[in-house]
Design a protein around this ligand. Structure first.
Ligand code: IMP
Ligand code: MG
Length: 182
């Protein structure tokens, strides 16, 4: 097991890259089964910054035409959610009448997803789906149910594969969890 230091905190290996890739293969297979052969061009919505690596890996595996659109939201400060979701950059394209697959790095409280669905409905999306790499079922509100989940994890703070601790750690190819001794 590898330990790394980010600012004042220590993290240890939690999910190795090969397990992440395998989980992405599986979730992409489910999306392909549902969308392959579709005649519309669904929107793949990358929720910046955390979702950038997952979106890239997921996209490579999709076998239907889709359009990549981004939006930037922020809610975390340090290792805690502020509970307030802020739109730091709006949608990069018009999504009126389109089916939108929201691609998230992680669903924690579920507040970001609810806020996103509200934004997308307001912009005229015809339907929304949620695909998340990670899900913390024990901390998620009861009214949020992502259609596609690659991996479920306990309610611990993690970094890597796009996820950050105060903006660092996103480049790590494995996922790390905050060490108990912090
Ligand atoms: P939610 O609104 O509480 O569901 O949180 C969603 C956002 O918070 C995610 O898209 C992440 O950017 C961030 N987040 C939640 N949990 C973690 C974590 O364990 N590590 C890093 N970022 C996290
Ligand atoms: Mg995110």
């Amino acid at each position: 097991m590898e330990r790394i230091r980010l600012f004042d905190k220590t993290f240890r290996t939690f999910i190795p890259n090969e397990d992440i890739e395998k989980a992405i293969d599986d979730v992409a297979g489910k999306i392909n089964a549902d969308f392959k052969g579709c005649t519309d061009i669904p929107v793949l919505l990358c929720v910046l910054n955390g979702s950038i690596m997952f979106t890239a890996e997921l996209m490579k595996r999709l076998e239907f035409n889709c359009e990549l659109v981004s939006i930037k939201l922020t809610s975390y400060s340090g290792t805690e959610s502020t509970g307030h979701v802020r739109q730091a950059m709006g949608l990069t394209a018009d999504i009126t009448g389109r089916r939108v697959i929201i691609v998230e790095d992680i669903v924690d409280s579920g507040n970001t997803i609810l806020e996103l669905k509200k934004i997308l409905e307001g912009k005229g999306a015809s339907a929304t789906f949620v695909c998340t790499m990670l899900m913390k079922p024990d901390s998620c509100r009861a009214d949020v149910h992502p259609e596609y989940i690659a991996m479920e994890i306990p309610n611990d703070f993690i970094v890597g594969f796009g996820l950050d601790y105060n903006e660092i750690g996103r480049n790590l190819k494995d996922i790390y969890v905050l060490d108990q001794e912090n």
